[in-house]
Design a protein around this ligand. Structure first.
Ligand code: SF4
Ligand code: SF4
Length: 408
């Protein structure tokens, strides 16, 4: 299934995660997870490290760890009764081998992955996973590194999670990006390493949808992993960079259940991409009240008004940044005053990364109303209509705002 086809299947409805599947479903899943964890306990850890000690060394108390497990359980859309299992799964993450390769990229996702300035539990967990190969982080280089990859692939055949960062050039310039002395192209390299993976995690927007390398005119013909590999489970974690919390969530889900999480039709885990930025944005009340930043640095900006008229693409972007945030949850783009540029959506660089709305924000109100319906029911495939719907709502809200000001 190619990218265009997947995109055509995408609707807001298909992205929605079902948060309550009934008691019988969760009771079955609970037993399945318990059995899975018991199986993992029988396997020797791949790294002889004590997670408990590492957490203590970093100043994370058992109480903090359980708080994290509880928040992660909620993030994975599981009932709170799963919290002890999630904590146990985190302690068993050293049983699942991970191989990480980098292709046409800036290593921004690796950077997000290793962030450790005052690390929170997500970062610590990422540091202790059994990373069997990661060329940016490992000490080995050249032939030694190649041998390490071969060893890991052979030793963990059929068991490793393959993380792929970066796009794959398949255009006439594909030979510009090669790896190793044999001159293997990125496409050949990906296919070879993917062959014996249990599942593939495409991390960052380049590996998922081509990202910045695929921006027009896309000189290298960059595409994402799902355009190349079609015989393995693929989990896409787009964003630029992908949020480490979502990387942990995907690995943890796999450790806990032995399965990949439920995905939307763009192969993104629904627990992370089942909502739009706009659904949980801290500026949403200003959007609804028609209070917008009109120019950078104006009074609206000083009052943290909605950034839609400054080009925020939060209404058409599916991601959990507004809930999880970045940099130890300290802040995120909209919190620091810049609109969302839709970095977790296909083609974001060409379609979204400019500082004006998708449609004319001064468009007149729709006859007969129905504005909220337009705002809430669009999907990626209806983007133009969506832009109009949002713009109608923005204009309607602004009118309503002015009216009430006038009435005061
Ligand atoms: S348009 Fe952007 S800034 Fe405004 S509420 Fe939606 S996501 Fe937040
Ligand atoms: S707020 Fe938007 S642009 Fe920023 S990281 Fe999240 S999805 Fe990407």
């Amino acid at each position: 299934m190619n990218r265009e086809h997947l995109r055509s299947l995408f609707t807001t409805k298909s992205a929605r995660v079902e948060t309550n599947r009934g008691e019988a479903y969760y009771a079955r899943l609970y037993e399945q997870c318990k059995a899975r964890l018991e199986e993992l306990k029988k396997i020797e850890p791949l790294r002889k490290i004590s997670i408990k000690e590492i957490l203590e060394d970093e100043g994370v108390s058992r109480r903090d760890f359980l708080k994290w497990a509880s928040a992660t359980t909620a993030m994975l859309m599981l009932p709170s009764s799963f919290t002890p299992l999630v904590a146990e799964a985190a302690e068993l993450m050293t049983r699942v081998p991970v191989i990480w390769i980098e292709l046409q990229d800036c290593a921004g996702n690796s950077e997000a992955f290793i962030r450790s300035d005052g690390p929170k539990v997500d970062d610590i967990i990422l540091e202790i996973i059994s990373l069997e190969f990661q060329e940016t982080l490992m000490a080995a280089a050249g032939h030694q590194a190649e041998a390490q990859l071969e060893d890991a692939m052979e030793h963990f055949k059929g068991k490793y999670l393959l993380f792929v960062e970066g796009a794959i050039p398949v255009g006439p310039g594909r030979e510009w990006c090669t790896i190793g002395a044999s001159g293997e192209t990125f496409e050949e390299h990906l296919k070879r390493v993917a062959k014996d993976a249990a599942a593939i995690v495409a991390v960052g927007t380049c590996a998922t949808f081509g990202g910045v390398p695929a921006a027009a005119p896309n000189p290298t013909g960059a595409v994402g992993v799902m355009d190349i590999v079609n015989d393995k489970p693929i989990i896409n974690i787009p964003a630029c960079p992908a949020n480490p919390a979502n990387m942990v969530g995907v690995i943890l889900h796999y450790v806990l259940t032995g399965q990949i999480p439920e995905l939307d039709s763009l192969l993104r885990p629904k627990f992370a991409f089942g909502y739009r930025i706009h659904d949980n944005c801290e500026r949403r009340a200003h959007f609804d009240a028609g209070e917008f930043v009109e120019e950078w640095g104006d009074e609206g900006a000083k009052n943290n008004f909605c950034l839609y008229k400054m080009g925020c693409k939060g209404p058409m972007t599916f991601n959990n940044c507004s809930i999880v945030r970045y940099n130890e949850s300290v802040n995120w783009p909209i919190g620091s005053g810049h609109g969302c540029i839709g970095c977790s959506e296909p083609g974001f660089w060409d379609k979204y990364a400019y500082e004006r709305p998708m449609a004319d924000a001064n468009i007149k109100m729709a006859p007969g109303g129905g504005v909220e319906k337009s705002v809430d029911e669009f999907g990626l495939g209806l983007l133009t209509a969506a832009g109009v719907g949002i713009a109608i709502h923005a204009a309607a809200s602004a009118i309503a705002g002015k009216k009430s000001e006038g009435e005061e």
